[in-house]
Design a protein around this ligand. Structure first.
Ligand code: ADP
Ligand code: MG
Length: 324
């Protein structure tokens, strides 16, 4: 274990201001049978080295598309994306292959997609290392260290079909870390598991983050999971819309105070997405009134539009009564 920690510490260079993962105005358009789907519509995201963040959002909001691009499996239509100094738009085929094998690790939701069924857990972890030229005895030692670290050492000589879903996903985290990646991406890794088992898998991701120093980006729809990280980024319609930052402060009385604050994401052009629950409550549509104050910006509903809408609703309600 000391060897793993030592290497992780050596890999930890000072945090760069711009982040280890940086997306700017990222666009991904899918064309299928003449129909255009804008899966990402100018997404901005920065993740610092050593950070662990959760990405949440409704189904179809673009989470998997984002992870596909960042893990080098898919190429964006426009914008900028950089991971550990690799430009994901300019990368050549050969570099892309090396990038996928060495710079990033990936854990999928489907347990069966992460592991080869006819190999033991240890052999699954050793497999990605065959590309790196490390000796077989060293591969075995590293695989066993990783499995022990993630509390699945007892699974090392068993094939995936004899493991529980949670054990398979923890072995998958070990596989994803085999080549000491800079960033680990996990797309709903606990999606098929119950709460207790999800917690174990999430603990394994956190272990990888804390003990191996790998930066982690985990997509989840599990609110309990997203509450366990310091930063949660929400994607709406292919753009990052809000972020929740969690802090723990210790007061003078020694009591820990947990706080969570929600922030809207402001992009390079000054664009901002207002949460739907806010705009609906105040009937904000199409146009809002803005005013600059000394320390904040005020946003009000467009009164004329609001009046027209409530008059229309009253007329509609009257119409219903007459119909009864
Ligand atoms: P999420 O992971 O948040 O559920 P996805 O990134 O999978 O969302 O999908 C975002 C949007 O892009 C959806 O409207 C989806 O139907 C569409 N989409 C995803 N992959 C493809 C594809 N290969 N071809 C066409 N449309 C796609
Ligand atoms: Mg998805």
């Amino acid at each position: 274990m000391d060897e793993l920690r030592r290497r992780a510490a050596a890999a930890a260079v000072p945090q760069r201001e711009e982040g280890l993962v940086v997306c700017e105005n990222l666009v991904r358009i899918y064309q299928t049978e003449g129909v255009e789907v804008q899966a990402l519509q100018g997404l901005d995201l920065a993740v610092a080295q050593g950070e662990m963040i959760a990405v949440i959002g409704a189904s179809g909001s673009g989470k998997s598309t984002l992870l596909g691009i960042l893990s080098g499996q898919d190429v964006p239509t426009a914008g900028a994306a950089e991971v550990a100094g690799h430009d994901l738009l300019a990368m050549k085929r050969r570099d892309r292959l090396n990038y996928r094998r060495g710079t990033v690790g990936f854990v999928w939701q489907q347990t069966s997609r992460n592991l080869l069924p006819y190999l033991t857990a240890a052999e699954n972890v050793m497999l990605p290392m065959t590309y790196t030229g490390i000796k077989r005895s060293q591969r075995r030692a590293r695989a066993e260290e990783l499995l022990d670290l993630l509390s699945v050492g007892h699974c090392r000589d068993r094939t995936p079909d004899t493991l529980s879903g949670g054990e398979q996903q923890r072995v998958a985290v070990a596989v994803a870390n085999a080549n000491e990646p800079r960033v680990l991406f996990a797309d709903e890794p606990t999606g098929e598991l119950d709460t207790a088992t999800s917690d174990e898998v999430f603990a394994a991701l956190r272990r990888a983050n804390e003990d191996l120093g790998v930066t982690v980006v985990v997509v989840t729809h599990d609110a309990l999971v997203s509450e366990q990280v310091q930063r949660t980024v929400r994607i709406r319609n292919g753009r990052t819309s809000t972020e929740v930052l969690r802090r723990v402060a210790t007061g003078e009385d020694g009591v820990e105070v947990h706080s969570a604050e929600e922030f809207a994401v402001l992009d390079g052009s000054g664009r901002l997405q207002l949460p739907g629950e806010f705009t609906e409550r105040l009937h904000m549509r199409k146009r809002v009134r803005l005013a600059l104050e000394s320390d904040h910006i005020g946003v009000w509903p467009d009164e004329a539009a609001r009046r027209a809408k409530s008059e229309a609703e009253e007329a509609g309600a009257g119409g219903d009564k007459r119909a009864q």
